[in-house]
Design a protein around this ligand. Structure first.
Ligand SMILES: Nc1ncnc2c1ncn2[C@@H]1O[C@H](COP(=O)(O)OP(=O)(O)OP(=O)(O)O)[C@@H](O)[C@H]1O
Ligand SMILES: [Mg+2]
Length: 242
């Protein structure tokens, strides 16, 4: 299958810290790919490179064959990369609808169509009844949904979800999982960063495991939980007997 995204030998250092080292993997169109690994492994840094917020020191990133690395966040969004942020970035003084319109303006120049698209996205994300509230008024799980809605309003081909389900109760997380499945059913390809393996492994077709900035392994969920290197570096003993 043709790759939607190809990450090829990407390296990025900040001062003396190597956040990503020679990272290579592909994402197939329609896939949900997991990106997992310990704190500081380089997951968010890699998202920043894919979304155009940082330029890799070496290597390149291609979306449907065209190089996007180094083009900046606005161009990457126009090309079809959407993302959520690990620390939610809602515009608190604006309404929920206005927050999503910020995303919709990536596709619509005029206010009326941007507002219509934003309302449709809010409806899809289960937030239509919150449209006129100020964003600070939302509950934590609703704020996560608002992150997704703002990203979806840019009409991404590839959506990067950075710990969208972290800190939610099991019930809230399950409804977040359903939203992710609904997004995939719309034809959007997804890379998700998540620490709770019970949530991420049933969702993904494959996972890339990062450790100390490098790819430790890439495999199916079954391969990942049985990989001794992954158990040692990340999963710990509770998976050793699985
Ligand atoms: N802009 C930056 N300036 C300096 N160091 C950075 C920057 N971005 C990332 N780093 C460093 O790169 C390394 C990887 O960080 P990153 O945030 O990508 O990890 P992560 O896998 O997302 O971790 P977590 O699971 O805790 O979110 C860390 O050592 C981090 O301090
Ligand atoms: Mg992170």
């Amino acid at each position: 299958m043709a790759a939607l995204l190809r990450v090829d030998c990407v390296s990025k250092s900040f001062g003396g810290v190597a956040a990503n080292v020679d990272v290579s993997f592909e994402v197939a169109a329609g896939e949900i790919l997991g990106l997992i690994g310990p704190n500081g492994a380089g997951k968010t840094s890699l998202f920043n490179a894919i979304a155009g917020e940082v330029t890799p020191d070496r290597g390149e990133i291609r979306l449907v064959g065209e190089r996007i690395s180094g083009l900046g966040p606005v161009t990457c969004a126009e090309r079809g990369i959407g993302r959520t942020f690990q620390v939610v970035r809602s515009f608190d003084s604006m309404t929920v609808l206005e927050n999503v319109m910020v995303g919709a303006y990536a596709r619509h120049r005029r206010t009326a169509p941007a507002m219509k698209a934003a309302m449709e996205t809010l409806d899809f994300c289960g937030l239509a009844s919150r449209a006129d509230r100020p964003a600070y008024n939302l509950s934590p799980p609703e704020k996560r949904r608002l992150e997704v809605a703002r990203a979806l309003a840019t009409k991404p081909r590839l959506l990067l979800l950075d710990e969208m389900l972290t800190g939610l109760t099991p019930t809230e997380a399950q409804s977040g999982v359903q939203l992710i499945r609904d997004v995939q059913a719309q034809g959007v390809t997804i890379i998700m960063v998540e620490h709770v393996m019970e949530i991420v492994l049933p969702l993904v077709s494959r996972a890339v495991v990062l450790n100390l900035g490098r790819v430790l392994t890439i495999g199916s969920p079954e391969e990942i939980v049985r990989n001794p290197d992954v158990i040692r570096a990340y999963l710990g003993d509770r998976y050793a007997a699985a």
